[in-house]
Design a binder for this molecule. Sequence first.
Ligand SMILES: Cc1ncc(COP(=O)(O)O)c(C=O)c1O
Length: 399
Amino acid sequence: MSVRDKFAFNYREEDRLVRELKYNPYYQVISSGAGSSVEIDSREYLNLASNNYLGFSRNPEILARMKQTIDQYGASMCGTPVACGNVDLYAETAVAFSRFLGLEDTIIFPSCYQANAGIIGTLAKPGDIILVDRSSHASLLDGIRAAKCKVRPFKHNDVDHLLRLIKRTDGYDNIFVITESVFSTEGSIAPFDKIYRICQEFDAIPIVDDSHGIGVIGKNGGGILEEKGIENYEGIYTASTGKALGLAGGIVSSVSEVIMYLKYNSASLLYSTALPPVFLSATTKALEILSATGAELMQKLRANKAFLTSQLTELGYRTTEAEAPICSVIVGSNEKTFLMSKLLFEQSILTTPFIFPSVARDKGVIRMIPRVDLTQQQLECVIEAFRKIKAERPELFEQ
Ligand SMILES: Cc1ncc(COP(=O)(O)O)c(C=O)c1O
């Protein structure tokens, strides 16, 4: 069989739905940036799909800093940080991040996927055990697979289950407890204060991925540590700068010994071209802006979410019980979820459908990011579109 034949037919669920509904929400070709309106096939769409929570990907101050950096440093360092990619901006950004989080030291990866997938196997050894929230992101699971140690998943956001499991970890060298902060499909926030306390009690090492938390939760957008009032955190913290910070890159922050260890041992950092200087300087600027205006931005984000959720509930839609500023409408089967996304798209609204197996069977959701740059008029357009669907497509609401 030729290579072409081996891969030509892919009967994944998404492909089936795309063919049946003649609509593909994935890999949409966008001919503008990630603004609140985007252009697809010469038409304008409201963009509730992008994780550009704070509109930072179009922030003029950040863009000005990026242009200046490109003029000064060019496109890339064309080398790994350890060999020749350790531009002065790297240290500046690492310090800015550590200060922002109140942690000792930080390293910067080209992406958070690379950070998560790389560091866990570097830190955990065959004699260790990892307890992980069973709904954790693919990058954390990839990292865990690389660790080649015992793994026990705990029920999603279930501290009692974690406690029961951790009580049965005698004999292991190290215990790691891994979770995301904000589970972005549904918008739940991990009870990380309790998880951290359990880690302290059992001498376990916590790893939290705050990709959808930084710039999204906490009174000032400080993320999970601020949200849960955790000070002097002695664990490992990772985050993507590609979501609320509007950029690209992944960071790992911790106590200095951990960071130093990773700097010399993490293959996904050591053997990969450094994040380009332009994203480093932009990250520092984004943190500066977030530090100065975070409280205001968080209020707006929460207000947009509250508006969408309350209006949708009034219309009879069910949303997930999201504590984070994410609005996910529960639709049901894969077919219904895809169709809902298509009907919204036909009304010029771009959303993200999540279907089984990304979510539990028949628990498909339409996720919307209530980004701060949406106007009241745009929010009302979204509600109007849902109102129309409710009136015209009763079959979508039959059990
Ligand atoms: C929870 C979580 N962790 C990690 C990542 C990966 O981050 P990045 O896009 O920087 O690779 C994502 C993004 O999809 C995410 O949602």
